[in-house]
Design a binder for this molecule. Structure first.
Ligand SMILES: [Zn+2]
Length: 250
């Protein structure tokens, strides 16, 4: 994790620090992702780690705190990997399990005085986002709090600066990890096996990657742009929600 993120990680903060952050902007982020195959080059926890970094950027830019991620997200009995590499997935698999876990933490956050609860789904897994959304709706119903759940790349359209969109262990995900966890990515693991020769990779290939070839297009620089931009988009949205429920006083 980048040292700058420690300033907004709930579990690393003392009570007075959390109190000050809650006073300034009572926004709480809950990232989620599943442990699963992310190519030979990335760690299994890529989805949650990446979502956590995006949430930290959102909190640093627009206020709030970030909860430890759910590493057991929701994939739905998918133990996928390319030939010879299946069997690494660890996930809740059933929607109600993630929903119940998310409801538990969202309720606790509302009880603790947080006014905006934001779930961020690492990897664009719609059922994972939807389970978090239902939990947040239930937890905030009839209270002064609001919230929503988002896919990490939901608010983004590819442009000149970030010419990629969410993928599976391709240039997007690998770049994000190169930026936020540089010592955990090993591109040589692909190179030495002579994998990834095409520009655009399909999940069906032996490298088990879908998206733009990370050996050609991934970089820490691109990862920084993605994580900062997604954090900015999500943080701005959370801040807007906060201003609607708790308008700034002069
Ligand atoms: Zn992923």
């Amino acid at each position: 994790m980048l040292p700058k993120y420690e300033a907004v990680c709930y579990e690393l903060l003392r009570p007075e620090q959390v109190e000050a952050l809650r006073e300034a902007a009572p926004i709480a982020y809950v990232p989620a992702g599943s442990l699963e195959w992310h190519g030979l080059q990335n760690p299994l926890g890529t989805d949650a780690l990446k979502a956590h970094a995006i949430c930290c950027e959102a909190a640093l830019g627009h206020g709030g705190v970030v909860l430890p991620p759910f590493y057991q997200g929701l994939l739905g009995y998918n133990n996928w990997g390319p030939e010879g590499w299946a069997g690494f997935t660890l996930s809740f698999n059933e929607g109600p399990t993630l929903e119940a876990a998310m409801l538990g933490i969202a309720r606790a956050l509302v009880f603790g005085g947080w006014k905006v609860i934001v779930g961020v789904s690492g990897h664009d897994v719609a059922p994972q986002r939807d389970a978090m959304q239902r939990a947040i709706e239930t937890a905030t119903r009839g209270t002064q709090a609001v919230g929503l759940a988002l896919l990490e790349g939901e608010l983004h359209s590819p442009d000149e600066e970030i010419p990629v969109s969410m993928d599976h262990a391709g240039a997007w995900e690998t770049s994000c990890m190169m930026y936020a966890f540089p010592d955990k990515v090993e591109l040589d693991a692909l190179r030495k096996r002579k994998l990834c020769t095409e520009d655009q990779l399909k999940m069906s290939g032996p490298e088990g990657i879908g998206g733009k070839n990370p050996l050609k297009y991934a970089s820490a620089e691109l990862g920084g742009k993605i994580i900062e931009r997604m954090g900015e988009l999500i943080g701005r949205k959370a801040r807007q929600m906060l201003e609607e429920v708790a308008p700034a006083r002069d």
